[in-house]
Design a protein around this ligand. Structure first.
Ligand code: CMC
Length: 426
């Protein structure tokens, strides 16, 4: 591969000496990209990149993260500033619309979201058809997919107004569905939303109040949840967002696409890691066992990995993990320290000094401390990944919207390197 001029790359197939020149497209931040769309036509070659480690799958103007600096920007604003000075609903507005809302826009948006939080009564019946001990992520994926059957009046994907209404519906109803999945799992009646509460306050109330025991919303818990939602709202082309884009690229309805994203998020390498971290900390049990588990994580014969450590893009501290550690200290100061926090802190300390983790640039990620906060606030472990899904909904639907509005959008249809049988007869 050679670069013949500043704005292109030339590939030469050394077997045939055929050459193809491909344009370099500049990025605002991050590495520039080589546009190889014409490569197969020119050279009869496909690119091969398992796991997309060197592949940009789309153009996007929503979120940027710099893995070396440990920087995360939503629409250009640093995550630290948004976490400190904004609210989750203002961040949703920013992510979907591209700009922070004015005071009036903020109030109007909050009003729209908080007055559309009820789910259709038949949707409730649908959700209650799940076995009581189903994992809430299964309930969430199924219920969100079924929304296409309940809200099909605004499903013209080529109509920007329909797309916006769908985004509002998803952001509004997701807390109701997540809380209902929980209530279903513990055999309690679901709690209806209260429009006058904040987004996070309403969610906590639907989770923890019951007809016989009202729940008093603690401002510390309400603020912690709001900030955690902000930190999880978007993360550029991660696995679940790419899944939403891929599912949506066929013209599938947005509820189906988001449901596909929820299913992808569930995996332990992605959003399922927050649940897996708590399971792992419980298994480690005591600070005395930390070294043993670090050794297991380094052993190539052992499939065990330190959950909540490592990231495809961050090769420095995940900025979200730093902010979450601060919230964890605040929440635990109020809700009582958890012995697992000591295990987590020791694990971080030991791993960060270990050559294996230093060499591979493995740092704690967003999931490392979030579970400890959720646990302190009373969420059962199985609810951790649904909380991630609730917050990520705005990111998913914004990426879907950006993709549908992109005139260059094509159905996602990767190719393969075939390594199967040659032609044979039966
Ligand atoms: N524990 C031990 N070793 C690890 C870990 C870990 N958590 N993560 C990566 N490695 C090693 C890996 O074995 C490999 O070593 P070697 O070069 O000797 O073969 C090297 O580090 C590179 O790992 P990789 O698997 O090629 O990296 P990746 O970019 O494909 O995977 C990851 C990224 C997040 C899936 C991975 O780090 C991991 O499995 N972490 C644990 C699960 C986790 O916490 N996931 C949450 C990610 S952040 C939130 C989200 O995306 O939802």
């Amino acid at each position: 591969m050679t670069t013949t001029n500043r704005n292109s790359v030339t590939f030469t197939d050394n077997r045939t000496q055929k050459q193809g020149e491909f344009p370099i497209l500049e990025s605002v931040y991050g590495d520039d990209v080589v546009d190889i769309a014409a490569m197969n036509r020119t050279l009869n070659l496909f690119s091969y990149d398992p796991g997309f480690v060197s592949t940009a799958s789309c153009e996007s103007a929503i979120t940027y993260l710099d893995g070396d600096k440990g920087e995360l920007l939503y629409r250009g604003y640093p995550i630290e500033q948004l976490a400190e000075r904004s609210s989750f609903l203002d961040v949703c507005y920013l992510i979907f619309n591209g700009e922070l809302p004015t005071l009036t826009e903020s109030k109007d948006f909050e009003n729209i979201i908080m007055t559309h939080s009820l789910m259709h009564e038949n949707l409730k019946v649908f959700l209650q058809g799940f076995r009581y001990d189903s994992h809430p992520m299964a309930i969430l994926a199924g219920t969100v997919a079924s929304m296409a059957g309940f809200y099909h009046d605004k499903l013209d994907i080529h109509n920007p107004e329909h797309r916006m209404i769908t985004a509002h519906r998803l952001i509004s109803k997701m807390p109701t569905i997540v809380a209902a999945a929980y209530k279903h799992s513990i055999g309690q009646p679901l709690v209806y939303p209260t429009n006058s509460l904040s987004y996070a306050g309403n969610f906590l109330n639907m989770m923890f109040s019951s007809p016989c025991a009202p729940y008093e919303i603690d401002p510390v818990a309400e603020k912690a949840m709001d900030v955690l939602f902000i930190l999880h709202a978007d993360h550029e082309q991660n696995a679940s967002t790419s899944t939403v884009r891929m599912a949506g690229s066929s013209g599938a309805n947005p509820y189906a696409a988001v449901s596909a994203g929820i299913s992808c998020l569930w995996g332990a390498s992605h959003g399922g890691a927050n649940e897996a971290v708590l399971t792992m900390l419980g298994e480690i049990g005591s600070v005395d066992n930390v070294s043993k588990y670090v050794a297991k994580a380094k052993d190539k014969e052992d499939p065990f990995r330190l959950m909540g450590f490592g990231h495809r893009v961050y090769k420095n501290f995940d900025p979200r993990a730093k902010l979450i550690k601060g919230i964890a200290d605040e929440v635990l100061a109020k809700y009582g320290n958890d012995p697992l926090m000591e295990v987590a802190k020791r694990l971080e300390e030991v791993a960060l000094k270990d050559e294996y983790f230093i060499e591979r640039k493995l740092y704690p990620n967003v999931d490392f401390y979030s579970g400890i906060i959720y646990k302190a606030l009373g969420f059962p472990t199985q609810m951790f990944t649904p909380l991630f899904a609730l917050a990520r909904t705005v990111g998913w639907i914004t990426h879907w919207n950006e993709m549908i509005a992109d005139p260059k959008m094509k159905i996602s249809r990767p190719r393969q390197r075939y390594i199967g049988h040659t032609l044979r007869n039966m």
